[in-house]
Design a protein around this ligand. Structure first.
Ligand SMILES: Nc1ncnc2c1ncn2[C@@H]1O[C@H](COP(=O)(O)OP(=O)(O)OP(=O)(O)O)[C@@H](O)[C@H]1O
Ligand SMILES: [Mg+2]
Length: 485
């Protein structure tokens, strides 16, 4: 596995542990060295003091030839560790007295000692790091005649110090290992909390969003770099969603437009095919009315035929207007006057007398910019549907409101209501539940509202009634003249 393949956590952990190991290792080694040196110096100093203290009594005992006394003095001198033994060495290097009797009268083993005349009055310590023993030496006078000198040597074992240092090393090693372990655990936990978890959340969030889930947010509330990164990712996700939504809307609009275009082409053909025979039938009917004497019953029959022809004519007109782009003749208008106009037209239509009409107008609704004729037609279509839905009579309520930069027109009836499965479809062309319905009324309303940059929604409960909400934007400029929907 190469370095770049490792996770950030592993990289940070290994780097930090390596650095810690180097620092602790160097610090432990140096401090052990220093401590060893200090121990040797201290032990040497103590030995020097002890040997210097014995110097006087030994010289005195020697002066009186009391060798037993000298041995006794020196024996007490080496009674406690790390003292290991003593020697009295003549200037010729021969051991005069020793804690090890076998050495006496022989040459002192090991490195020769300095000449007693070269030893400073306060004595000196011989040996150091790496030696098995240390020697504290002082010169003693009065040995081998007046002016003669010998060297009093106190031999110290360094083994105790070596053992202590070995223990120190093991202790230092174990401590370093424990510290590294604790450090790794703490650092690992911190990395998990601070880096790995937020990264994982981001990765999962992005994966879910890429899989097409909507409304996914990382939602990191922290203020650090990851918090800021999470917020940026959230902004990106939101933008992405908006783009996707926009694309879907555009796609839908395109599909609908394509549908309308097809309908348009068909409508133009149908209109062309039907209009001519229709005109022929109409003039033939007029001729019949004028030329032939008819009974009342026959006349009524003819009137019904004329009514039906009128219906065919209107249907063709609706089809054509659905196919054509909605051109607006925009001007400043009084919305309430527009609604009143639609209600006047409604009152002339069959069935309107069964219905009571209520107008709840909000006087604060400002003048709007739009096409009054188109809007009147839209309100009329909704009102006609309402009346048709209230076969047994009922109440039609038209409410206007000003809310959050929009004007709302609610057209409510107490009619049959729309079944839930039809609610989605009613704005589509040719969706109708009426025997003579074309299903073009609501699509036309929706197109007119869209041309005014508004939108239309519907709520309905079967058996209780239906409400259509038209939302129109209140804008200083309003929709543009002749805008196409
Ligand atoms: N106020 C309403 N109450 C109950 N159903 C409604 C209402 N408005 C519309 N609908 C339902 O929506 C369908 C579509 O309405 P739309 O106005 O588009 O066509 P239509 O009324 O059937 O025919 P057209 O308006 O062309 O004569 C209706 O057939 C009806 O089922
Ligand atoms: Mg209708």
């Amino acid at each position: 596995m190469s370095l770049s393949d490792m996770s950030i956590r592993a990289k940070v952990l290994w780097t930090a542990l390596g650095a810690l190991l180097v620092v602790l290792g160097v610090a432990t080694t140096l401090s052990l060295r220093y401590w060893e040196q200090e121990q040797l110096t201290l032990t040497g100093d103590h030995a020097l003091m002890a040997v210097a203290a014995a110097q006087g009594p030994v010289e005195a005992a020697l002066a009186h030839g009391q060798i037993g006394q000298v041995r006794e003095e020196l024996r007490t001198l080496v009674a406690r560790p790390p003292a290991q033994g003593y020697r009295l060495v003549g200037s010729d290097g021969v051991v005069l007295l020793s804690s090890d009797h076998a050495e006496e009268s022989r040459l002192r083993p090991g490195h020769p000692l300095p000449s007693p005349w070269d030893i400073p009055p306060e004595g000196e310590v011989l040996g150091g790091r790496g030696d098995a023993t240390l020697s504290a030496v002082v010169a003693v006078t009065g040995v081998g005649g007046a002016g003669g000198r010998a060297t009093l040597e106190l031999v110290l074992s360094v083994k105790g110090i070596d053992d202590a240092i070995r223990r120190g090393r093991i202790y230092g090693f174990v401590l370093t290992a424990l510290l590294c372990l604790a450090y790794a655990v703490v650092l690992g936990a911190m990395m998990e909390r601070e880096v790995v978890i937020p990264m994982r959340r981001m990765r999962k969030g992005i994966a879910r969003a890429s899989a097409g889930e909507e409304g996914v947010r990382i939602g990191l509330t922290r203020k650090d770099e990851f918090g800021r990164l999470g917020a940026s990712v959230d902004r990106l996700l939101e933008k992405d969603e908006q783009a996707v939504r926009l694309a879907a809307t555009q796609q839908r609009a395109l599909t609908e437009q394509a549908g309308f275009a097809e309908v348009g082409a068909l409508a133009a053909q149908v209109a062309h095919e039907i209009k001519r025979p229709l005109a022929g039938i109409k003039s033939a009917m007029e001729l019949i009315t004028q030329e032939y004497a008819m009974s009342d019953a026959e006349r009524r029959l003819l009137l019904r035929v004329e009514d039906e022809l009128q219906h065919v004519d209107e249907t063709i007109r609706d089809l054509l207007s659905l196919a054509r782009p909605v051109g607006l003749n925009a001007q400043t208008l009084d919305l309430h006057a527009v609604i009143n106009g639609a209600l006047v037209r409604l009152s002339g239509l069959p069935g309107a007398d069964r219905v009571s009409v209520e107008r709840l107008y909000d006087p604060s609704v400002p003048p709007l910019v739009g096409d009054p004729a188109r809007l009147e037609q839209a309100v009329l279509n909704l009102s006609v549907n309402a009346v048709e839905a209230m076969g047994e009579g009922g109440r039609l309520t038209i409410t206007t409101r000003l809310a959050e930069g929009e004007v709302l027109v609610d057209v409510r009836d107490t009619g049959s209501g729309i079944a839930p499965e039809n609610l989605e479809r009613v704005f589509k062309p040719f969706v109708s539940t009426k025997p003579l319905g074309t299903g073009l009324g609501l699509p036309l309303v929706a197109r007119v509202v869209a041309a005014h940059e508004g939108r239309i929604t519907v709520e309905s409960e079967v058996g209780r009634g239906t409400t259509f909400h038209i939302h129109l934007p209140v804008k200083p400029g309003g929709p543009k003249q002749g805008r196409e929907a």
